[in-house]
Design a protein around this ligand. Structure first.
Ligand code: NDP
Length: 484
């Protein structure tokens, strides 16, 4: 199977190739085969993308918000019409099952384009009356050229979640996908161009971290939005700070799911499945520390083990398959290293725990019980299908232990006690909290992290604040009084 794109980059409204850049092989995680090859951006490609974006941004920002919104909503329609093909591509790029990609990737990207397209016409400033008839009005201005840098787990979604609010506000974007999944963002660029975005408004350049680093340091970049790990976020944030650039940081996590004795068992198990095994566990907001109150623990583990019999591994392009391989051999090996540490540090392996032989990078869904707070599998982000169950007695204890982490991306509570649910949500040190569910990310709601998990929010009206800035204009209605 070959899914070679027309060229490596999409710049100024067209596909652009430069084979002098380092080759990047795209490997289908189910077969281990190379299915496409692209080339990393050279300095000339980077310059071409930024030049195009800087020029296009001026024109794009001169359009009315309603006109920009129309383009984004048209792009959303095209994305939905092509959902099947885009989902097949997403599955080749990431190895996630088509059963997931057909409902969670291009569809989520289309939601973002539609939502921010709808908001674009209503982005305004305000009028502030002052003494003597003077007043200030504020103008909501775009930032300029925004740089998006993506992780490999949701390539279409990340390219859209960053692009849609950026473009709605009148910015242009240069997007660098992860080298592991370079294909899908090219389609986002192609669709936006087809929908009527002027050439240069949304550009994609390929490359490893070094290309991202070169882009961040360019003075033409006004804002950097990264989805990635905490160590990368720290580097990118520091580099952006040198140029005093705006940032959004969507980073990693080690989120808690707290399940009380009175929880609906089936919903709690479903939430823990979504929060640990969807996308083979490769989700930043996963609730990988599952605190289970002692009275429900045995029932929880028994039901979880039973439900995991419903896992169907295999060719992710087969719509019947619901559990895919890890994105790469490297990620599989990293995750298996954590599994081995879990066993060595004394956690009880309830189910799974093995990599599966074969060309695909599969790991069995893995559940550990009797995990303690200090074990590596309870402290470090694993980013694979590994669920850890930790016991607890009281609400106060659960909240304190749930918060005892440098991360703060997501947190959830399962209980039928209404007041306790809201107390927990208020007490969680996390940017994205759930009551009786986990891991949903509708475009209407803010998404993002506290503490080491990030800065800023994606989605919702709040994202507008991170892709625009207010200019205050003071208007004097009287003569100017000066001291001399
Ligand atoms: P990485 O941090 O390894 O990489 C993220 C992106 O940054 C990649 O495109 C990478 O390029 C690029 N990059 C690496 N170094 C630099 C640098 N010095 N300057 C600029 N760019 C750089 O993350 P992964 O791709 O491995 O993704 C997994 C991580 O992403 C997990 O920690 C996960 O939690 C997090 N994540 C967070 C989400 C959120 O919304 N909070 C959502 C999804 C994932 P390349 O890989 O090509 O070298």
């Amino acid at each position: 199977m070959q899914i070679q794109p027309k060229a490596s980059h999409f710049i100024d409204g067209e596909y652009v190739e430069d084979t002098t850049g380092e080759a990047i092989e795209v490997i289908y995680p189910f077969t281990g085969e190379v299915v496409a090859k692209v080339h990393a951006a050279t300095p000339a490609i980077i310059d071409r993308a930024l030049t195009a974006a800087a020029r296009a941004q001026k024109e794009w920002a001169s359009w009315t918000g309603t006109e920009r919104g129309r383009v984004l909503r048209r792009a959303a329609d095209i994305m939905r019409e092509r959902n099947h093909d885009l989902s097949v591509l997403e599955t080749y790029d990431t190895g996630k099952p088509y059963q997931e990609t057909s409902v969670a990737d291009a569809t989520s990207g289309a939601d973002a384009l539609e939502y921010f397209g709808g908001l674009a016409g209503s982005l305004t400033g305000e009028h502030i009356p002052l003494a003597g008839g003077d007043f200030v009005y504020t103008r909501r201005e775009p930032l300029g050229v925004c740089l998006g840098i993506g992780a490999w787990n949701y390539p279409t979604q990340i390219a859209s979640w960053k692009g849609a609010p950026a473009l709605a506000c009148g910015n242009a974007m240069v997007f660098k996908p992860s080298e592991t999944t370079p294909l899908c963002a090219l389609k986002v660029a192609e669709i936006l161009h087809e929908a009527g975005a002027p050439a240069g408004t949304y550009n994609v350049v390929q490359g490893m971290g070094a290309v991202g680093a070169a882009l961040i340091n360019d003075p033409r970049v006004a804002k950097v939005s990264l989805t990635g790990s905490v160590p990368t976020g720290q580097k990118v944030y520091a580099a952006a700070a040198a140029g005093v650039r705006h940032v959004t940081m969507e980073l990693g996590g080690k989120s808690p799911i707290v399940i009380f004795d009175d929880a609906d068992l089936e919903n709690a198990v479903s939430g823990a499945i979504l929060g640990n095994f969807y996308s083979t566990g490769q989700v930043c907001s996963n609730g990988t520390r599952v605190f289970v109150q002692k009275g429900i623990k045995d029932a929880f583990l028994a039901r979880m083990t039973e439900r995991l019999k419903g896992v169907v591994m295999g060719d992710p392009q087969d719509p019947a398959v619901n559990f895919g391989p890890m994105v790469s051999a490297n990620q599989r090996d990293i995750v298996m290293g954590f599994v081995k540490k879990g066993v060595a540090e004394g956690a009880r392996l309830v189910t799974g725990g093995h990599a599966i032989d074969g060309p695909g990078f599969f790991i069995e869904p893995t559940v550990f019980a009797d995990v303690t707070d200090d074990m590596t599998i309870a402290t470090d982000e694993i980013f694979g299908p590994v669920l850890s169950v930790l016991d607890f007695d009281t609400e106060e204890e659960a909240l304190a232990r749930a918060n005892d982490t440098p991360f703060g991306l997501a947190a959830s509570v399962f209980t039928k006690d209404l007041t306790r649910a809201h107390r927990m949500a208020a007490g969680f040190e996390a940017g994205t909290c759930y009551i009786n569910t986990h891991n949903l990310a509708p475009v209407e709601a803010p998404f993002g992290g506290s503490k080491l998990s990030g800065v800023g929010r994606e989605n919702s009206k709040l994202a507008i604040e991170h892709y625009s800035e207010m200019k205050g204009v003071y208007v004097a209605m009287t003569d100017v009084e000066a001291p001399f």
